[in-house]
Design a protein around this ligand. Structure first.
Ligand SMILES: *Cc1c(COP(=O)(O)O)cnc(C)c1O
Length: 218
């Protein structure tokens, strides 16, 4: 597949859901992809990318940003406390706030650095014990804590359980966002971004469908 094909499918899904053209933003998840594949997508004109690790993202995107200063970078992977300051300096959006301590550190770093990325709270919609994300029942408290720290939360993010129909998870996330008055919905990956758009996604995070299969990690 390719960037233009995915973009067309996004436009079609927007139309199908009677949503405004361009209301869904494509975050091209470039984690661990070979540099030439990422460069090809940059050369095709795309500017919004997602990475799941702070250090790898810095190594790859510091040089790319000199060539393409308008690139927008989204952190879609878990954020460790000791990397918060670098993440706040480097990323334009963080999709994975899932605990109060992390929110407090982000607020402190944003204050110190003088900038704050767009922020999403990750919700563990499947209540999977091993998975990151706040429990749906604890979302309201976490959101209140974020607001107490002076953070503006743009929306919610989820990664549905791998072996379940994603649609009910997307609908739950949309319902939670509506209840909390949040407009952003980061949901949908290569296999299910159209389903996510039908449920109201504002940001889809698509990796392998754009870049090809990720090389094996060790
Ligand atoms: C890797 C990753 C993606 C992209 O996954 P694909 O299946 O390759 O589209 C999206 N979101 C998160 C949080 C990821 O870690």
């Amino acid at each position: 597949m390719s960037l233009s094909e995915i973009s067309e499918r996004i436009r079609a899904a927007e139309a199908q859901a009677e949503r405004a053209p361009g209301s869904v933003r494509l975050v091209a998840v470039s984690k661990v992809q070979p540099e030439e594949r990422v460069r090809a997508v940059l050369e095709a004109g795309h500017r919004i990318f997602g990475e799941n690790r702070v250090q790898e993202a810095e190594a790859r995107w510091t040089p790319f940003r000199e060539e393409y200063p308008d690139v927008e970078l989204h952190l879609v992977g878990p954020l460790q406390s000791n990397k918060v300051r670098r993440a706040v300096e480097f990323f334009d959006a963080i999709h994975t706030i899932d605990r109060e301590r992390l929110a407090r550190r982000i607020a402190d770093a944003a204050e110190a650095v003088g900038r704050c990325p767009a922020l999403f709270i990750q919700v563990n919609t499947g209540r999977e014990p091993q998975k990151a994300g706040v429990d749906p029942d604890e979302l309201a408290d976490l959101l209140a804590a974020c607001r107490g720290f002076g953070l503006r939360v743009e929306g919610l993010m989820c990664i549905p359980p791998i072996d379940e129909d994603a649609a009910p998870h997307f609908r739950l996330l949309a319902e939670l966002a509506g209840r909390e008055g949040l407009s952003g919905l980061s949901m949908g990956m290569s296999d299910d971004f159209e389903t996510a758009i039908a449920a109201g996604a504002t940001h889809v995070r698509v990796g392998s469908a754009i870049f090809g299969a990720r090389p094996p990690q060790h």
